[in-house]
Ligand binder design. Sequence first.
Ligand code: FAD
Length: 275
Amino acid sequence: MGQTYDILILGAGPAGVSAALTAHARGRSVLVLGADPMTGPLAKAPAVENYPGLAGMSGRDLLAAMLRDLERLGIPWVTGRATGVVPFAGRFMVSAEQDVYEARSLILAAGSQQRDKPLPGEAELLGRGVSWCATCDGMLYRGKRVAVLGLGGEGEKDAAFLRSIGCDVLYFDPAQAKNVKIKGTDRVTAIVIGGEEHPVEGVFVLRDTVAASALLPGLEMRDGHIAVDGDMATSVPGVFAAGDCTGRPYQIARAVGQGNIAALAADGYLKERDK
Ligand SMILES: Cc1cc2nc3c(=O)[nH]c(=O)nc-3n(C[C@H](O)[C@H](O)[C@H](O)COP(=O)(O)OP(=O)(O)OC[C@H]3O[C@@H](n4cnc5c(N)ncnc54)[C@H](O)[C@@H]3O)c2cc1C
């Protein structure tokens, strides 16, 4: 672990980039941590017609231009998937695979939470046979039979890694991983896929992202989105949220505006704490 950032922004989509630009303009040290934004929703937009001044630019080009702004201003941006947030002594420790980052405040700009609904049994058995990270937990399952649900882009690579360290791997790609149920009471005992039950000791659920609500226990949700007030403050002091993760309409203009408000509010929060 290195420096403590003033503000860590989770997500490098429009809301996250907007928050980063404003926080940087306020003189704050900022780290943007996000899964590859080119796998996010905006990259799929063929032409954006409702954002002022862009004249039908493609989502990919718009995203690339936003990311160039981070580079131009020297705002650090690391590509990675956050897997957990632990509040500790007024700070937040954010783990991303094998790295841990520390910050005094957080802005969650992780996009719509709807697509990351947990599988039946996943939340209940997390840490008791269910894992979100092959690198972090693979060794615990050496010599054991595990199922790997490759729901994101890196699933096959992670399955190969688990095999290389001696796990007996049953791999399911996104097309196969339908109608899934993870079974067990104290620990995982089996996975049911498409009506067929496979006895396993571990289940790796590998998505490109982990929903912010699952990352930070105690975060209040409303209708499947992170609950925020007018300053984009969440129920956890020092944690702000912006963009699609806070609700509809899912639109770039809203995400960018909320990112701006969240950064100003995080700056205000830090000023109050430093008085
Ligand atoms: C096909 C399509 C077309 C669209 N067209 C338009 C349009 O024309 N106009 C318009 O206004 N809107 C459009 N949208 C909606 C627009 O893309 C979203 O509203 C906008 O991208 C939201 O920005 P955001 O920053 O809130 O979230 P996102 O763009 O979703 O960015 C969030 C980022 O956080 C990352 N992330 C999530 N969890 C984690 C984690 N645990 N660790 C690390 N990173 C994480 C995600 O991978 C993602 O890159 C379209 C969407 C789609 C799917």
